[in-house]
Ligand binder design. Structure first.
Ligand SMILES: Nc1nc2c(ncn2[C@@H]2O[C@H](COP(=O)(O)OP(=O)(O)OP(=O)(O)O)[C@@H](O)[C@H]2O)c(=O)[nH]1
Ligand SMILES: [Mg+2]
Length: 449
């Protein structure tokens, strides 16, 4: 339990109708009773109207929303002061609270207290952060799903499954002669390890998609000069962001834009046209275009004729080898109906950036990142990069354990990796069950009797 009482504005410090200042901690009621016009006693959740005063001077008319511990966000007494918005009033109330014994909270300190007081685990505190920062509906839905206890419980379920395996192994190591223990055959052990590794890898994979959706999908536009790359960026953004001209080599640097497609956010990157550079500057632009491919999630190869799309230059072919890409045939409005577009390969998208006729492309992108599975109510998706990399380590450790087991290594060697996997799963939700590990072993097999 914390000894001090923290405060922070929960709304932005701007001119607005109402501002909220949040206070959490042991002295919340004591502080409020020094400055509020009525006596507030801690009982249940309550709303009180009155005014705040500094001595005899009225500072503002406010509404207090009080949550009595432990039924609050942080698990401590929380009082939220709804005051008139405006930087001056809000600041005056903050000063008044500081003068009467509160202290300013650090960034995220309310969530930190919620975690340390056992109200939320690390996935849930992260989910709140992601919800606030969400730039598309999918991110927001993922964050809301992750807030649910039953979803984060999946990590605990995997952890318990590991614990079961470890417990079985440890019993065999420490008490080989003990009778009441059912032996885990190597075959059963291997099967369990493979099953668990698969489930964790599935979670890693969907989490990587979740991370990409949270950050925005990096869509790189590449192609020869004058094919309409900048026009496509403008059409996607529905504004004239990049310079467009009929002179080949118009774009020389990277031009970036962000759009929200509802379910997805796209970070679009327009580049210099790829050709034999006519000068040093253009060459730098072309080099930059190629470098962008490293971080691209999706590459749009744009051309204004069919032949260029089916005879990609070798550098471009190499670049998209391991990447997600679409072939985009632009300037559809110029084609003689049914001539050039006849017999096109299925995977070529036909658009007209000039006419802003790009629906086929947008539909294809929305289809590629189909969000049906990822937004299911009961789907856990870890979108924090640290959590995802921890999860990958868990999968690796289980894989090592499986390999060692399949190669016939002794169980105590297998156990080292399993312990590591179990510990890391605990790190993901911010738990440490070292004592519980022992308790589980002994409870399960009644060895103490
Ligand atoms: N008819 C027609 N013209 C288009 C279309 N898209 C682009 N253009 C024209 O093609 C020319 C080149 O367009 P840009 O968007 O500047 O082409 P770019 O690929 O960015 O060219 P660079 O920056 O030089 O590499 C301009 O005159 C555009 O108006 C289209 O769909 N139809
Ligand atoms: Mg351009």
């Amino acid at each position: 339990m914390f000894e001090d009482t923290i405060i922070a504005p929960a709304t932005a410090m701007v001119k607005q109708a109402i501002a909220i200042i949040r206070m959490s901690g042991i002295d919340g009621y004591k502080i409020i009773n020094k400055i509020f016009s009525k006596k507030v006693t801690p009982h249940g959740n309550q709303v009180c109207y009155g005014y705040l005063k500094d001595g005899n001077e009225i500072i503002d008319h406010v509404i207090l929303v009080c949550f009595k511990k432990p039924n609050s966000f942080t698990g401590e007494d929380i009082i939220e002061i709804n005051c008139h918005g405006g930087v001056l009033v809000t600041n005056n109330i903050i000063k008044l609270l500081l003068k009467n014994g509160a202290r300013l909270a650090n960034r995220g300190e309310f969530s930190q207290r919620a975690f340390l007081n056992g109200k939320l685990n690390l996935i849930q505190t992260d989910a709140i952060n992601n919800l606030i920062n969400a730039t598309n509906d999918t991110s927001a839905k993922i964050a809301l799903n992750n807030l649910q206890n039953k979803n984060t419980h999946l990590i605990i379920t995997y952890r318990n499954q590991l614990l079961d395996i470890i417990a079985n192994i440890e019993v065999n190591i420490d008490y080989p002669e003990y009778d009441g223990v059912c032996d885990l055959t190597t075959q059963e052990l291997n099967q369990q390890l493979l099953g668990l590794e698969q489930k964790i890898n599935d979670l890693v994979n969907i989490s990587k998609v979740g991370k990409m959706i949270n950050d925005g999908i990096n869509v790189l536009i590449l192609g020869k000069p004058n094919v309409g790359k900048s026009s496509l960026l403008n059409a996607l953004m529905n504004e004239d962001k990049a310079i467009v001209s009929d002179l080949p080599g118009t774009t020389r640097d990277i031009v970036e834009g962000k759009i929200n497609l509802g379910a997805l956010t796209l970070n679009i990157i327009d580049t210099a046209g790829l050709r034999e550079a006519v000068d040093k500057i253009e060459q730098i632009g072309i080099d930059k275009a190629f470098q962008q491919a490293i971080n691209a999630d999706l590459i749009l190869i744009v051309a204004d004729n069919y032949e260029d799309l089916i005879n990609l230059n070798p550098d471009l072919k190499e670049l998209i080898k391991d990447k997600e890409y679409f072939l985009v045939l632009n300037k559809n409005d110029l084609f003689v109906p049914q001539s050039q577009t006849d017999n096109l390969e299925q995977n070529i998208l036909i658009i007209s950036a000039l006419k802003r006729d790009i629906k086929a492309l947008i539909d294809k992108i929305l289809n590629l990142y189909n969000t049906t599975q990822i937004t299911k109510d009961d789907q856990l998706v870890l979108s924090n990069i640290k959590q995802v990399s921890l999860l990958e380590r868990v999968a690796n450790a289980i894989k090592n354990a499986y390999n060692n087991s399949a190669s016939g290594f002794p169980v105590d060697i297998i156990n080292v990796d399993l312990h590591e996997a179990w510990e890391i799963l605990g790190d993901i939700i911010g738990e440490n069950y070292e004592d519980d590990l022992l308790t589980t072993i002994f409870n399960k097999y009644c060895l103490g009797k």
